[in-house]
Design a protein around this ligand. Structure first.
Ligand SMILES: [Zn+2]
Length: 248
């Protein structure tokens, strides 16, 4: 369903836009790849950007394609980028990978090539000052945000929510995925998995290092360019805030 997106990514990767930290090809599906954009200055803050773990959520992968193709990532930050972790699912437009697994519940186990690839590559590139994981949701008309903060950094949630409110509006439900938002569209989550055996990416990373982590969910019902725009804004905002706050 989003096969053209993977195809465009393959063409972009072939043009060598950024150094590849690691690449593994899944035959018939596409590459797993981690990219790095160095910062202009030594000691700059480091952000982990991740998207495309659910194959029915193309906006994050599309946004990162534009960011890299158009050279739009801030040089004030070092970026470690996982543009998609489920190329087979994206091709088919399914949440799960072609083996029928929800990869964002597989981080405690070691039974998938995709998550094995992530676990062997991403923690070793840290420590990260911020993690931003880009998702989408069919269930709500507005965007929402998960925050986990063990990194002792000031929260960026309010600024992010302002951006989301302006672009797509915020999810107004009183309960979102069994969580009660503390503000419209904001779920502050403990560093503990909802289902003890089924760890998502953010919980895995929180167990690697103290971290400020945001999982962004834009509404699949909104037009794709709007969702992509929303993600551009959040990425840029987080980079700017981090540079300001760390003074690095
Ligand atoms: Zn998702």
């Amino acid at each position: 369903m989003f096969a053209d997106l993977i195809q465009r990514w393959e063409e972009l990767l072939a043009s060598g836009p950024l150094p590849v930290i690691r690449q593994v090809d899944l035959p018939g599906e596409g590459p797993l790849v981690v990219l790095r954009q160095a910062a202009a200055r030594v000691g700059a803050p480091r952000i982990l950007l991740s998207a495309g773990i659910h194959g029915d959520e193309p906006a994050g992968t599309e946004c990162l394609y534009e960011k890299i193709k158009q050279d739009r990532l801030s040089p004030a930050v070092e970026w470690i980028i996982v543009p998609f972790l489920n190329p087979g699912g994206l091709r088919m437009g399914t949440r799960e990978n072609p083996r029928g697994l929800d990869l964002n519940r597989e981080f405690l186990r070691d039974q998938t090539v995709e998550i094995g690839f992530y676990k062997e590559t991403i923690p070793a590139q840290g420590p990260y000052d911020l993690m931003l994981s880009l998702h989408e949701d069919w269930e709500f008309q507005g965007s929402y945000l998960y925050e986990i903060n063990t990194g002792k950094r000031p929260s960026m949630a309010e600024g992010i929510l302002n951006l989301l409110a302006a672009e797509t509006g915020l999810a107004e439900a009183e309960v979102i995925d069994d969580h009660k938002p503390i503000l419209p569209g904001l779920i502050v989550h403990d560093p503990v998995a909802d289902e003890p055996e089924n760890w998502p990416e953010a919980i895995f990373m929180i167990h690697q290092q103290p971290l400020l982590s945001y999982t962004l969910e834009t509404p699949s019902q909104a037009p794709l360019p709007k969702r992509v725009q929303c993600m551009h804004g959040v990425i840029d905002y987080c980079a700017e805030r981090l540079v300001c706050e760390t003074g690095r």
